[in-house]
Design a protein around this ligand. Structure first.
Ligand SMILES: Nc1nc2c(ncn2[C@@H]2O[C@H](COP(=O)(O)OP(=O)(O)O)[C@@H](O)[C@H]2O)c(=O)[nH]1
Ligand SMILES: [Mg+2]
Length: 386
């Protein structure tokens, strides 16, 4: 009874992997209904063949209709489009078995993101749908939802139209979009903030104070954080990953040196570095050396609850006490100020995909070189239906 469907019949599990009470298996292709019919028997017989798009049918999925003891499962089957059927079933073993039945019958497994990119949506809408599944805060989901609903496409269309009459307004509109890309590119990828500084100044304690729970290793023996420990949190609705590092200092300990090197590597790719000093310790030449290595860092003087050393050479910075949680709000304001460079209001257009940003940059350069027709087609390529 094995039907060989055309190789274009693809299945994808739409629900995330892991434990879950329910799962959804999507089957797509001209032969999708025939394939599902091999295993699915609706409660009201005969309805399935003529099921309209949008109709949902309750019934039973039997892995092998010929075997009386074959595993069976209650499912809901829905035709969501002419060539697309969804099977709603229990998660775990049940969804795996349903997928296996379909694969054994000749369907091909496909990642749902690849399936989404086959949709006849515009590039931007399809990308927003995928990015929405990767985003972790309500605020970033809201911005992506705006792009899914057309904010970016409308802005690009307006700029393309403006090119006909007023190239300089079009250029400034495009520049505004490009400026927002530094935020857009982090909607589905948290910003990375590295915490550096000498051992024992309170780096790990500061991470714990910022994220609100004990994530990083705190120990009163200098130099005990040997691996970079990460913790992701939301600051004012923006996703930020903090990376704790081993202390920066000269050391003969091989493991410690490796940790310090990792800290320097992590800082190279970070969006921002917090450089922490101990406010209660004298300011030394070594402090100056560290500060020189990280000229763009946000400087933090921690342990402000102790007797503070007011050496005039001490760099200006934010005073905190990780112990008493003093100054943490100021610190988070400074971090957000550094990371989120533009104001984003509801409904604003925000480019959020590297390839789209590159295309916008190309259009910008073409306008600057007075190739308005070229710029217009570069913009339209982003929004035309596929
Ligand atoms: N008094 C005081 N002690 C602190 C503060 N922050 C950290 N410490 C203590 O300093 C020691 C080193 O802290 P830790 O976070 O492990 O420093 P790290 O080596 O830079 O990661 C621990 O004993 C902490 O309890 C603070 O704000 N005030
Ligand atoms: Mg530490």
């Amino acid at each position: 009874m094995l039907v060989t469907p055309p190789s274009s019949t693809t299945i994808a599990i739409l629900t995330p992997s892991g434990r879950g009470a329910v799962a959804v298996v999507s089957i797509r292709g001209a032969n999708a209904a025939a394939l599902v019919s091999m295993f699915f028997v609706p409660r009201s017989a005969g309805r399935w063949k003529h099921a309209a798009v949008g109709e949902m049918l309750y019934g039973r999925w039997t892995s092998d209709a010929a075997a009386a003891d074959a595993p069976a499962e209650d499912v809901i089957v829905s035709r969501v489009a002419n060539d697309t059927i969804e099977v709603h079933c229990h998660g775990g073993i049940a969804s795996k078995r349903i997928a296996e039945d379909l694969l054994n019958a000749g369907a091909q497994l496909c990642d749902w993101k690849a399936l989404a990119s086959q949709d006849k949506e515009t590039l931007i809408r399809a990308a927003a749908r995928v990015a929405l599944s990767d985003t972790v805060t309500e605020r970033t989901a809201g911005v992506l939802l705006d792009q899914y609903n057309g904010a970016l496409e409308t802005a690009i269309k307006r700029i393309a139209e403006k090119l006909e009459t007023d190239a300089s307004t079009a250029l400034s509109g495009l520049q505004q979009l490009v400026d927002r890309a530094s935020i857009g590119l982090h909607l589905a990828n948290p910003w990375r903030v590295v915490i550096a500084g000498a051992p024992n100044v309170g780096k790990s304690s500061l991470i714990n104070a910022i994220v609100g729970y004990d994530r990083a290793l705190v120990f009163d023996q200098p130099g005990t954080t040997r691996d970079a420990v990460e913790a992701t949190t939301s600051l004012d609705g923006w996703p930020v990953t903090f990376i704790d590092t081993a202390g920066l200092r000269t050391t003969a300990d091989a493991i410690e040196i490796a940790g310090i090197e990792r800290a320097r590597d992590a800082a190279k790719t970070a969006d921002c570095v917090l450089l922490v000093f101990d406010a209660s310790e004298p300011w030394t030449d070594e402090c100056d050396d560290i500060a020189r290595e990280w000229p763009n860092a946000i400087v933090v003087h921690n342990k402000s609850d102790l007797q503070v050393d007011h050496e005039p050479k001490r760099l200006a910075g934010i005073m905190t006490s990780a112990l008493l949680r003093h100054g943490i709000d100021w610190l988070t304001v400074a971090i957000i100020g550094r990371l989120v460079s533009a104001e984003i209001r509801p409904g604003d257009a925000v480019p959020f995909c590297k390839t789209h940003v590159e295309q916008l940059e190309i259009a910008k350069h073409l306008i600057e070189r007075n190739d308005l027709a070229g710029a217009k087609s570069a913009l339209l390529a982003l929004i035309e239906p596929r």
